[in-house]
Ligand binder design. Sequence first.
Ligand code: ZN
Length: 242
Amino acid sequence: MKTTTLTATLTQLTRFPRLFPVNCYLVREDDGLTLIDTAISGSAPAILAAARRLGAPIARIALTHAHIDHVGSLDALHAAAPDAEILVPAREARFLAGDMSLDPTEPQSKLRGGWPTCTTRPTRLLRPGDRIGSLEVVAAPGHTPGHVAFLDTRDRALIAGDAFQTRAGIAVSGVVRPLFPFPAMATWHKPTALVSARALRALDLTLLTVGHGNALVSPLAAMDQAIAAAARQEPTVAAHGA
Ligand SMILES: [Zn+2]
């Protein structure tokens, strides 16, 4: 896996950086590392090796959402680091356990993308506003119903998961970038994703990191462009919860 040191506390790990980049992140805390997402299956040895190079144990594993390219190595990592907390957005935990039903209050759009069932059970369910060390859990539904982002309150770096992509150009989840259309193809409800993108833009970020693509420093102008492009596709946003 390609390792990119983004800040003193944030390391990006990338599987298949040239062809089909899939990112996960190690966040340094005083008591160890928080791993955000687990990439595709087969990534556990490289993630564990990266943590060893950083000289700290993986104390926690937290997920942005339950798509296969974010939870693929969860079971293997849990087996290798059984004491690590498993932190899963409450709404996504149902998908992870194999329950693919939508709630009556949610847009009845088709769930897209790959959704594996994992045997690893959460030790704690996450809700917006929760804290994981220095990270604040931020609601970011749309790509999936229970998608969350993680805001580092120390430096206002955001781990946005698939709420945005930057590969082949920055885009709000659901807006197709022809050279890398896969996150858009896996997006559940575009109007909700646009509302979430605006909420994330309002967080006064210094750094935007995503599931697919490179990190962006001082990302606000680029996020504005992406939001404007998404809004042109969704002129009348009637989003869930909005
Ligand atoms: Zn996804």
